[in-house]
Design a protein around this ligand. Structure first.
Ligand code: MRU
Length: 368
């Protein structure tokens, strides 16, 4: 998508064919900084420190991390070492393991001498596939927005609420939850987005608002607890969020606070959709609430906030009493019963075991 009129992706291969660069998302919205990822260790650190984040982008970064590793050590031991390091970078988004398994499948059977070239080729394909998948998610999600625009809101903006950042910054391009929004906006359908700020790391306030603004999509940032009030007053037409892992039973794991939005949506009859690329489905997990690992991060992400001061400095301040403990659960799981539908690259499906197995039979069978 565009940043000040220039097309960017969140991660890319430089023209030399081997250096990997990514937008440093820790610096947005105040500074636009491109970071070099020179080796597999840096790729792992970029994921764990959230220089890059968002399930599909985590997967693409891990794939490039394997390619970078193959430049340094193409042996079986080198392959295993890179896999083991990268797979531990973050626990919740299954796209990380999916991309690494895919790289291993391709590389393991090759002689070491051809691994580096093949690794770069497959990593770039994974990135391209993500872009294509997200475009299709947008096409299917667009029909939901179009239907509301035509039947319920002729001449008025369709109000979409989203949580966290499942935008182009969280993927290679387009985003998942934002793809239908961008496509609707580009077609001239009036859309307005309620952007949950998404404490503690503020991915909504810092990243989603930044991207929507650069694309010219009208939006309003709201404190995380505002959604229920807006829904009660008919100010939200639909919710679209992303996800880090969808279980075989349709339970959806996403940024902490998503579950509360789903509860409020159900109580107010607001459709609650989840946009996802197929690599986010984990058919090995039968019950998302019980089994999906929930990342717990540093308490400092809760106790501190970073922003730009009035005189232009970027500063971090403490917002919690010095001696108070803080807990930082990064994700929660929304039970399938609260999900109106799953927007995928193959269409919109019910959030249940049968519908997922019919929509993605090859992935369901591979997990048996
Ligand atoms: O902790 P983050 O910023 O990586 O969490 C991101 C999310 O929860 C996104 O909604 C999810 O990864 C989907 S991104 C298309």
């Amino acid at each position: 998508m565009k940043v000040d009129g220039k097309h960017f992706r969140s991660i890319w291969l430089e023209p030399d064919g081997w250096s990997v660069s990514a937008i440093d998302q820790r610096r947005l919205p105040h500074e636009f900084v491109v970071a070099e990822i020179p080796n597999a260790e840096a790729a792992s650190e970029a994921i764990s420190t959230m220089l890059v984040r968002g399930a599909p982008l985590i997967g693409a970064t891990a794939a490039y991390g394997m390619a970078l590793a193959m430049r340094d050590d193409r042996s079986d031991a080198g392959l295993d070492r890179a896999y083991e390091m990268l797979v531990k970078a973050r626990p919740t988004a299954v796209n990380l393991k999916w991309a690494l398994d895919e790289m291993m499948r391709v590389l393991r059977r090759l002689p070491p001498s051809s691994r580096a070239q093949a690794a770069y080729a497959r990593a770039s394909e994974i990135a391209e596939e993500d872009v294509a998948i997200n475009r299709e998610i947008g096409r299917h999600g667009l029909t939901l927005i179009e239907t509301i625009a035509e039947t319920k809101k002729p001449g008025e903006a369709v109000n979409v609420l989203t949580h966290c950042n499942a935008g182009w910054l969280a993927t290679v391009d387009w985003g998942t939850a934002t793809s239908p929004i961008y496509q609707a906006h580009d077609r001239g359908i009036p859309v307005h987005v309620w952007v949950d700020e998404t404490r503690p790391r503020n991915q909504g306030a810092s990243l989603t608002a930044w991207e929507l603004g650069h694309h010219g999509v009208p939006h309003t940032v709201i404190a995380d607890n505002t959604g229920g009030h807006l829904m009660q007053h008919r100010m939200v037409d639909l919710v679209i969020v992303g996800t880090d892992r969808v279980a075989a039973n349709g339970d959806v794991c996403n940024k902490i606070g998503t579950y509360l939005k789903a509860l409020a949506a159900r109580d107010n009859g607001v459709p609650f959709y989840v946009a996802l690329p197929s690599p986010t489905i984990d058919f090995r997990i039968n019950d998302g609430v019980a089994e999906i690992p929930i990342e717990q991060r540093e308490a400092s992400e809760v106790t501190e906030m970073t922003g730009r001061t009035r005189d232009g400095r970027i500063e971090t301040v403490r917002v919690v009493p010095r001696d108070s403990q803080a807990a930082n659960y990064a994700f929660d799981v929304t039970p399938a019963r609260l999900v109106t539908g799953l927007i995928t690259e193959r269409g919109v499906f019910a959030a249940n075991r049968a519908a997922l197995a019919i929509a993605f039979p090859e992935s369901a069978a591979a997990s048996q």
